[in-house]
Design a protein around this ligand. Structure first.
Ligand code: HEC
Ligand code: HEC
Ligand code: HEC
Ligand code: HEC
Ligand code: HEC
Ligand code: HEC
Ligand code: HEC
Length: 403
């Protein structure tokens, strides 16, 4: 009897196990059958997964959950006033969050927060309507700790009709298709809909995931599952052995601005590809005014003497690709000093700061914070434009450099 029960328990376990396996085999990535999805990497790359899943890259687009959403919905700062008769209120209704427009105290229009863009300094949101995504007119800014107009929006006129372009998704997500997918038990059918900015939300892969940077990895994962003793990576590009330019391009596909003629979609980019096959008409490198601190770290960095005169500096010199930029400025000083040992500042500079402080603050003076020309916003009831402020990647000597 006891034996039988054990047998039963084992049988149930086996059943559960096959169910589990089936479940993971059933995962169908919206990008197609070459993709395995980030979850499948955990079992062999837990360290990278732990880091990356908490990074801003993974949250560059996300679902509007309590955990992801920034900003106040209940009391205090949840109202944006356009004029004495018109206000927009951030409201929670049942399980969803809305921007609700009131005129003379009456509700006129309400749209849900369906997708969130961003997480570090600011967050813009969008709602879906018939396969198009529309930006919500008010965004959240950490610098104000409050809501303010979405970039480029009026503080006197409400606008719910601006479409989010596919380009936003091309830098902030891992996939959005303009096609329907129907899946039956053993086949996937794709249907094309080639309308500009038409999007099938079911094909959205939120955030910048492992395979957005590494390329499709289903074959890689399958190989190593089958041959666990093989320790040398198969069927995957080794980014560390790419050329400097290729490594830079793998970041620059999203970090070199948006003002170029496109040849191919950013979504098609794979590590090892050449950026020039994707864009034409990269602006003149001497045209500094053209490069904004927002979204264009690449072009700014390439104007620095450090970058030009050293033959190895790339993004990975200072950033772990699986982690956010370190907020610890002293940690960058160590990197600076790996190339600038024994740096001697002149008397005037040394008077502004003690030697030890100076050593910890290379970035404060040589990569100062700058206001973006591209992005401004207006808080409620204010005529003043606020600027979006980021650290420049043009490493140099700045006249106003002080603490
Ligand atoms: C069954 C185990 C297994 C799974 C699943 C797996 N990998 Fe790997 N991967 C390996 C092994 C083994 C290596 C080689 C040793 C190392 O670098 O850790 C490797 C190496 C890599 C490398 C470095 C390649 C190089 O040569 O520099 C990348 C990138 C990578 N894997 C990405 C992924 C991604 C993305 C996924 C999920 C889609 C994934 N792996 C799933 C086993 C696996
Ligand atoms: C597919 C587009 C894409 C690629 C490829 C990409 N990035 Fe990003 N990166 C973004 C976006 C979008 C953000 C802003 C995310 C946010 O805050 O919502 C970002 C943010 C960052 C941040 C700031 C994160 C923080 O919170 O401090 C760093 C640093 C960064 N990227 C470095 C890199 C490096 C290095 C590479 C190349 C290895 C790279 N990125 C490749 C799109 C991309
Ligand atoms: C923003 C782009 C980006 C994302 C997202 C990303 N990686 Fe990487 N990954 C890189 C780059 C660049 C390198 C090469 C680092 C180097 O040369 O030192 C790398 C290296 C690796 C390596 C080699 C070992 C190491 O740590 O250097 C593995 C394994 C790996 N990544 C797995 C993953 C997995 C798994 C995920 C998702 C959980 C992921 N990566 C997400 C860009 C990315
Ligand atoms: C060329 C790539 C690119 C495009 C296109 C792009 N972004 Fe970004 N975006 C970035 C990068 C990179 C960052 C983070 C660093 C920065 O500001 O330079 C960012 C930052 C943001 C942030 C602030 C994120 C944070 O965590 O603080 C928001 C919000 C945002 N983008 C929304 C959008 C929207 C909405 C669109 C479309 C109208 C868009 N972006 C188009 C690359 C892009
Ligand atoms: C990979 C090596 C490397 C790293 C890392 C590096 N630099 Fe440099 N840097 C150089 C080289 C090479 C030059 C050019 C020296 C020359 O012209 O003699 C330079 C030049 C400079 C200059 C002079 C710029 C000018 O316009 O005259 C400053 C300032 C500077 N670096 C600061 C920094 C700071 C701050 C950091 C860290 C955030 C840093 N560097 C990191 C290699 C590097
Ligand atoms: C010499 C070191 C250095 C190099 C090289 C470098 N960065 Fe940075 N990066 C920094 C520093 C310092 C910060 C600011 C950290 C802070 O203030 O919290 C930063 C911040 C960022 C941010 C976040 C901006 C913000 O304010 O939130 C992004 C995005 C970024 N870097 C992308 C890149 C990309 C892409 C490359 C390659 C083209 C690159 N970085 C190369 C030092 C570097
Ligand atoms: C208080 C602001 C400040 C800090 C902090 C600072 N610098 Fe400088 N740095 C300057 C100024 C101003 C100059 C130009 C005048 C001079 O040489 O003193 C300069 C010049 C330089 C130069 C060019 C020297 C030359 O001969 O061309 C380099 C390289 C440099 N700094 C690197 C660094 C590094 C590395 C750190 C961190 C260890 C650092 N600086 C910290 C303000 C600063």
């Amino acid at each position: 009897m006891k034996k039988l029960r054990t047998f039963f328990a084992l049988a149930v376990l086996a059943l559960l196990a096959t169910n589990c396996n089936n479940k993971s085999e059933e995962y169908i990535d919206p990008r197609g059958t070459d993709y395995a999805g980030s979850e499948s990497c955990i079992q062999c790359h837990q360290a990278q997964y732990e880091m990356a899943s908490h990074s801003s890259h993974f949250k560059a687009t996300s679902l509007p959950t309590k955990e992801n959403i920034l900003g106040d919905f209940s009391q205090g700062n949840h109202v944006f006033i356009y004029d004495k008769n018109t206000k927009l209120v951030m409201e929670q209704r049942n399980d969803s969050l809305y921007q609700v427009l009131y005129k003379n105290g009456k509700e006129v229009e309400a749209h849900p927060f369906d997708i969130l863009f961003g997480t570090k300094h600011a967050q813009t949101s969008a709602y879906w309507n018939n396969h198009f995504a529309y930006e919500l007119p008010v965004s959240f800014y950490k610098s104000l700790n409050n809501w303010a107009t979405s970039p480029g929006y009026s503080a006197t006129q409400v606008n719910f009709n601006r479409k989010i372009e596919k380009e936003c998704f091309a830098c902030h997500s891992s996939n959005i298709g303009s096609r329907y997918i129907t899946t039956s038990s053993d086949s996937i059918t794709f249907m094309s809909m080639d309308v500009e900015d038409f999007m099938n939300k079911k094909t959205l892969v939120y955030g910048i995931d492992c395979e957005r940077c590494h390329g499709p990895a289903k074959k890689h994962a399958a190989f190593h599952l089958k041959f666990p003793d093989v320790k040398k990576a198969q069927n995957i590009v080794a980014i560390k052995s790419l050329s400097r330019q290729q490594k830079l391009d793998a970041c620059a596909i999203c970090h070199s601005g948006n003002d170029k003629l496109k040849i191919k979609s950013r979504f098609e980019f794979r590590p090892g590809d050449n950026l020039l096959d994707y864009f034409r008409g990269v602006p003149n490198a001497n045209d500094t005014t053209h490069y904004d601190v927002h979204g264009n770290q690449m072009r700014l960095l390439t104007q620095s003497k450090c970058f030009i005169k050293s033959d190895k500096m790339d993004c990975i010199t200072c950033h772990n690709p699986h982690q956010n930029a370190s907020p610890n400025l002293a940690s960058y000083s160590k990197i600076c000093m790996s190339c600038h040992q024994g740096i001697q500042h002149n008397e005037t500079t040394l008077k502004t700061m003690s030697g030890s402080l100076l050593a910890a603050n290379c970035v404060e003076c040589h990569m100062p914070k700058k206001a973006s020309n591209a992005i401004t916003f207006q808080p409620s009831n204010s005529k003043e434009l606020s600027n979006y402020i980021l650290r420049t990647h043009k490493i140099g000597i700045y006249p106003s450099a002080k603490k």
